[in-house]
Design a protein around this ligand. Structure first.
Ligand code: ZN
Length: 148
């Protein structure tokens, strides 16, 4: 398990140093700002969504390693997903971070599993979920795109 933890650490460090999809989409269909006052994490999330599909996701901002790595991993996971798939993923991710200890980890989580260790630090859960809450806000409050 400690080897696994080290591997997880490496992925988080890598995504913090070199966040993926770290730029602003030129004409996003949806966007939102996220702020975690407990830690000072801030991010802007940009989405390109049409016909119920997430074609592109990007973010900008500054925060702790957990929030940046989580946002970076989230963008990688969401690109190409439908809104329903993204909702499901968020629910699995949320369970991973706040669910019971012996919970079965959904294989759909993929690389997001590296954030499982955050569970042991409840104060950091908000750092890890900031990007996801910002995503939900963007989807529900952003510019509405016709899906018909
Ligand atoms: Zn943080």
């Amino acid at each position: 398990m400690s080897d696994l933890r080290e591997l997880y650490q490496e992925v988080i460090i890598d995504h913090n140093k070199n966040p993926r999809n770290f730029y602003k989409i030129a004409l996003p269909s949806h966007q939102a700002e996220g702020f975690n006052p407990l830690c000072g994490d801030r991010l802007s999330l940009y989405l390109s969504v049409s016909e119920n599909k997430i074609h592109n996701v990007s973010f900008e901002g500054a925060g702790c390693a957990i929030s940046t790595a989580s946002a970076s991993l989230m963008t990688e996971m969401l690109i190409g997903k439908t809104i329903e798939e993204a909702d499901k993923l968020f629910s699995h991710f949320h369970t991973l971070l706040v669910g019971k200890d012996n919970i079965e980890i959904s294989p759909e989580l993929g690389k997001l599993k590296v954030l499982a260790g955050v569970k042991d630090y409840p104060a950091r859960v908000k750092c890890a979920t900031l990007a996801w809450h910002t995503y939900r806000e963007a989807i529900s409050g952003g510019v509405t795109v016709s899906t018909e």
